[in-house]
Design a protein around this ligand. Structure first.
Ligand SMILES: *Cc1c(COP(=O)(O)O)cnc(C)c1O
Length: 416
């Protein structure tokens, strides 16, 4: 096979240059320029086909351009796109009833992006703390975890420990206590440290940090501790939710129902920005008119798209598929790791997985490996230096998983 790295076509190069010249440099994309997607595949501007093993950070769980989701979007877009929440529309209530039944909550607050939904959850938690729990104004504390990723707004980066995301963006928002992830004693200690704890915000699996799966029982124990202390358990399932880890929600692996659930990404199957915060009335009803909102949140296109996207998850049994094929993928990756010392760890749940490459976080090796994957027809990206997330759309088949394992093995062998 081609040992020399594939050259970029002049067409790709010209388009990359445009982004470089006219776009802010807030991302460092892998050099591949895509123009089409269908199911598990994407195509570049030269017609080369790739398996998508990022799925837009798990937004495209239902596969690229799913005809039913795109169909719902087109149909609604031709009829009514935006009313704002100044008026009612004929889609929002239908979606709200559907999504709350689907996830088992009384109410939903619709937003657009993941970060907005996290912000919404934090505001909701604080307001509940003051008005229901009875914490003194401005004293509420929310417990968060080290190495979290919850988005990019000023408040959210206030409690990040990713210095790249934080440096020179201060001053930051107060009111957060950071503890070690997957450490139940640390949570217990933090909960006992003050009467002013309002909530515990947690990713059921830390995705951006490199797909850290907590110890079995962690989430259930954390939920029980929160209950004991009258503290809201807030699950950020923006990346782990909606069938990605082999259950509808990752917390379902431990039979946990969060007090506040945050969804985004795959809530639209990647066709439109749709996010949501779900909670029961005792919490959600603290929000009154004028206290929170968004011009686009809950618009008719978003509502129609989200219903279609959630129906696809159920109709195509994507949670079951993710569970079954995740086992196969990790088995195959472990077999590769047994033969190739470059791969030190294989971990994940369902189809949210990562391999850890034997190099330090500053090394370029994982990036080089991803370029090789690309050359062989599979797209993935390193996260935190030496980890490569492997998260294909959940519509992938067993045969395709085997094909991808061959690509991964062949590419890794080039670095042996
Ligand atoms: C992606 C992500 C977010 C932020 O979502 P955006 O739509 O990018 O704002 C928040 N939380 C988690 C766990 C995520 O993976």
């Amino acid at each position: 096979m081609e040992q020399i790295q594939q050259m970029l076509s002049s067409k790709s190069e010209a388009l990359i240059n445009k982004e470089n010249n006219y776009g802010a440099h807030n991302y460092h994309p892998l050099p591949v320029v895509l123009e089409k997607g269908e199911g598990v595949f994407v195509w570049d501007v030269d017609g080369k086909k790739y398996y998508d093993f990022l799925s837009a950070y798990s937004a495209v769980n239902q596969g690229h351009c799913h005809p039913e989701i795109v169909g719902a979007m087109v149909q609604q877009a031709q009829k009514l796109t935006l009313t704002s929440r100044a008026f009612y529309n004929d889609q929002l209530g239908v979606y709200e009833e559907y999504v709350t039944n689907y996830f088992g909550f009384d109410k939903v607050l619709p937003m657009n992006t993941g970060a907005e939904a996290v912000e919404t959850a934090l505001k909701l938690c604080r307001k509940w703390a003051y008005e229901v729990k009875g914490i003194a104004e401005n004293q509420a504390q929310i417990i968060v975890c080290e190495n979290n990723f919850h988005g990019r707004t000023t408040t959210i980066i206030s409690f990040s420990n990713d210095e790249t995301a934080r440096k020179s963006f201060g001053p930051f928002t107060d009111g957060f206590i950071k503890i070690e992830y997957d450490n139940i004693e640390a949570l217990e200690k933090a909960l006992e440290s003050s009467k002013n704890i309002a909530g515990f915000l947690v990713e059921p699996i830390q995705g951006e940090a490199g797909v850290y799966v907590p110890s079995e029982g962690y989430l259930a124990k954390a939920k029980a501790l929160c209950e004991k202390h009258n503290v809201l358990f807030i699950a950020d399932e923006v990346q782990t939710g909606i069938a990605r880890t082999g259950k509808l929600l990752a917390v379902h692996h431990e039979n946990v129902q969060p007090d506040i659930l945050i969804l985004g990404k795959a809530l639209s199957g990647g066709v439109y920005p749709v996010s949501a915060v779900l909670a029961n009335n005792s919490i959600m009803d603290v929000i009154k008119p004028g206290q929170h909102g968004s011009t686009f949140g809950g618009n008719p296109v978003a509502a129609a798209v989200a219903v279609a996207a959630l129906e696809v998850i159920k109709n195509e049994k994507l949670a079951e598929n993710a569970e079954r094929l995740g086992v196969l993928l990790r088995k195959g990756l472990s077999d590769i790791a047994a033969k190739n010392p470059l791969v030190t760890i294989v971990r994940g749940k369902g189809l949210l997985n990562a391999i850890v490459i034997d190099c330090d976080e500053e090394s370029e090796l994982a990036w080089e490996i991803c370029l090789k994957f690309r050359d062989y027809g599979l797209l993935a990206k390193p996260t935190h230096g030496n980890k490569i997330r492997l998260a294909p759309p959940l519509v992938i088949t067993e045969e395709q998983i085997q094909d991808c394992l061959s690509i991964i093995e062949k590419a890794l062998n080039d670095f042996k």
